[in-house]
Design a binder for this molecule. Structure first.
Ligand SMILES: C[S@@+](CC[C@H](N)C(=O)[O-])C[C@H]1O[C@@H](n2cnc3c(N)ncnc32)[C@H](O)[C@@H]1O
Length: 410
């Protein structure tokens, strides 16, 4: 191992959940524990300057930044659902206004549904295989909520109310709720599935208001959090700290952010919702193997077993490497980069993504300071070291996460 990895139990946060610090407004896959960011920022004495999260997802790095006193933060993501959630969490809007809109919405909806004829006036949105995922009654009722949400004039307020709507879409569809991928419930479960769409929605609205009011709103005074639906590209803006948890691998074979978000995104009018996984990091298969630096031996070994897999893995590291080049050039001298990742396994070969990240930052003038290893759960861990200690360590799959810290020195 070229770049030092230190097992640091402090960062295990055993038994702790996201909600212990900042409850999320909406489920999101592979969220980073804000506690990690808070402890690392404290350890590095970072409480000022500009923070960047180029893969911000639902925005946990901003929660860490806020807790540590950082007032200027910038986020990027190319999943519209991620942007919806993180903008709703970190945009300051009046609680009074939210409550008024809730009352108005409730009134409008209940007046509307009194007359069955009204339902016929509404046009259903374009959802792929719509009847496969929703019952007729659920569809009608979701569509009523959507109709009134679309009429909210204030974009920030509209966005806020779309967050519980998105969760309601998920919960009232035939998707299995405990899966990130889109799987339909078993037919026996469907027979007994008759959700009260309006009840679910307004309960979620109430929960969202309570979370926003207690955990986010009070922290948003004199704070700038600029979140963009875009890939990160260097600009005049430069940063003092990068705090991020990038994907561990391509979306199709690791965490399917796009698939998780498909129904929500389609209800929001995103017509390319089903293409998102292919647009994310590593989504387009490479034409040739990526054989640079530390990762080369591993890709060569995968290639001996399966050329197609080796090309897919190549595409991920090519994208990750290129994005590190762009990010590193946007860090101010003395600034820090903090990446939180897992080392995934492909064809029984554990890929040293932590080492790849440290190496690529070094190539870009960022000295590797340390990598902490944290256990992902309190379960008993298998032995960490491969008996042969060579490429192809098959143990220890994703039981640990790595926090890679580098410092820009030029
Ligand atoms: C591990 S998740 C981040 C989770 C986030 N820290 C949170 O707590 O919610 C990785 C994110 O990277 C995004 N992503 C993947 N490829 C991207 C790219 N090329 N540009 C911007 N975002 C990307 C995904 O949409 C996903 O939201």
């Amino acid at each position: 191992m070229k770049y030092q990895v230190v097992r640091n139990e402090k960062y295990d946060f055993a038994g702790q959940y996201y909600s212990a610090v900042y409850p999320n407004l909406h489920k999101y896959p592979a969220t980073m524990l804000p506690q990690i960011g808070i402890e690392i920022l404290k350890e590095l004495n970072i409480s000022t300057g500009k923070l960047l999260d180029p893969y911000c997802g639902s925005g946990s790095s901003f929660a860490s930044g806020l807790e540590c006193g950082i007032t200027e933060m910038f986020g990027f993501d190319i999943n519209p659902l991620a942007i919806l959630i993180s903008k709703a969490k970190y945009t300051k809007i009046s609680i009074k206004k939210i409550t008024e809109v809730k009352t108005q919405l409730r009134h409008q909806i209940f007046e509307f549904i009194k007359d069955e004829e009204n339902f016929k006036k509404l046009i259903l949105p374009k959802i792929t295989n719509i009847n496969f995922w929703f019952s007729q009654e659920v569809l009608q009722n979701l569509n009523v909520i959507k109709y009134f949400l679309d009429q909210i004039e204030d974009e920030k307020i509209k966005r806020f109310f779309r967050v519980p709507f998105s969760e309601t879409v998920r919960e009232c569809s035939y998707t299995r709720n405990n899966e990130f991928k889109l799987y339909k419930m078993k037919s026996e479960a469907i027979l007994n599935f008759n959700p009260d769409v309006f009840g679910v929605y307004f309960k979620k609205v109430n929960d969202a208001i309570a979370i926003y009011e207690n955990f986010y709103y009070p922290k948003l005074n004199n704070i700038k959090i600029d979140i963009q639906y875009s890939k990160f590209e260097p600009s005049k803006n430069t940063f003092d700290v990068v705090l991020t948890s990038p994907p561990y691998g391509d979306s199709r074979t690791t965490v399917a952010y796009g698939q998780f978000s498909t129904l929500s995104n389609e209800w929001a009018g995103i017509d390319y919702a089903r293409k998102i996984d292919g647009m994310l990091m590593g989504g387009v298969k490479s034409k040739e193997l990526f054989l640079e630096g530390i990762i080369a031996d591993y890709i060569t070994e995968i290639n001996q077993e399966n050329h197609k897999r080796a090309l897919e893995v190549s595409s991920f590291y090519e994208d990750l490497g290129n994005s590190i080049d762009r990010i590193a050039q946007s860090i101010n001298k003395g600034g820090k980069s903090i990446y939180v990742v897992g080392n995934r396994t492909v064809k029984k070969i554990q890929l040293p993504t932590d080492q790849f990240i440290a190496e690529r930052f070094e190539k870009n003038g960022c000295k590797h300071l340390v990598t902490y290893e944290r256990a992902l759960s309190s379960k008993a861990m298998p032995s960490k070291n491969s008996p042969s200690n060579k490429t192809g360590n098959t143990l220890n799959t994703m039981l640990y996460e790595y926090i890679i810290i580098s410092e820009k020195n030029c």
